[in-house]
Design a protein around this ligand. Sequence first.
Ligand SMILES: O=P(O)(O)O[C@@H]1C[C@H](O)[C@@H](CO)O1
Length: 303
Amino acid sequence: MPCTGLNCPKPTSLETNNEYSYEKLTQTAEYLKSLISFTPQIGIICGSGLGSLADSIQQKIEVPYPQIPNFPQSTVKGHSGCLVFGYIATVPLVCMKGRFHYYEGYPLEKCAMPVRVMKLLGIELLIVTNAAGGLNPNYKVGDVMLIKDHVNLMGFAGCNPLRGPNEERFGPRFPSMNGAYDPRLRAEAQKIAQGAGLAKGVHEGVYACLGGPCYETIAENRLLRQLGVDTVGMSTVHEVIVAKHCGLPVFAFSLVTNESVCDYESKVEPKHDEVIDAAKSMEAVLQKFVQGIIEFVAKNGVK
Ligand SMILES: O=P(O)(O)O[C@@H]1C[C@H](O)[C@@H](CO)O1
């Protein structure tokens, strides 16, 4: 908040130059509200190649990112770059077909700004999905891992989407990250997964985000494994931090799209096209899974 008292210091450039101030984000949310006649209850972020999660949305209103004031643009294959509003199982929602990554050149607060916009639109639950490398030796390509916790590796180096002046209207300066991944929905998701045909391959584990765009070295994969990381990717963590900060419950999962190799003898190399193909081959099952989660929320509420 600007201070008007006589002895108060002048606002710093950080305060005056905030590209994603509460006011700017409100402007973005107000523009989007003017296009829809309902309040979205759930926000969904589609991971690489997972944009088809929006296919089951009814009464779609699609808004391309270039049309949205203050919104970044998608630059990555597999992230088409539009917001889709509509309904799944009678639940009004908004879906991001295309997220923003640090390696695209966006600072973390910019990558995560749509989470605050969705909060201002009125969502009460955020569903986050990602394509990820499977580090846990029990994981196979095509498995789903419900995220129970994360390792904020970029945070170890001081990169955090909440860095800078805190905006109290969103949340506190020092938020706890405990319970960021809603335990009730995770427990329920185990049952829903069976109905969706995912019975064999649903795990629960820990996700870590690196800055990318390089995939991890074998030495890095070995280190991550020792740290207790089960899947590794280049997204999600900053979105979840911002969601937890503003009090949004999160349900998140990784689709294992490739094996993260820990063996110098292995000839397996990660490739983005294969990541997208692996996601594509799971689209029908994952649509059913996400629909099951939404139906549960429709029946039982978010809390
Ligand atoms: O957006 P997500 O995290 O699902 O995408 C992963 C991370 C990189 O963007 C890309 C690498 O293949 O897939």
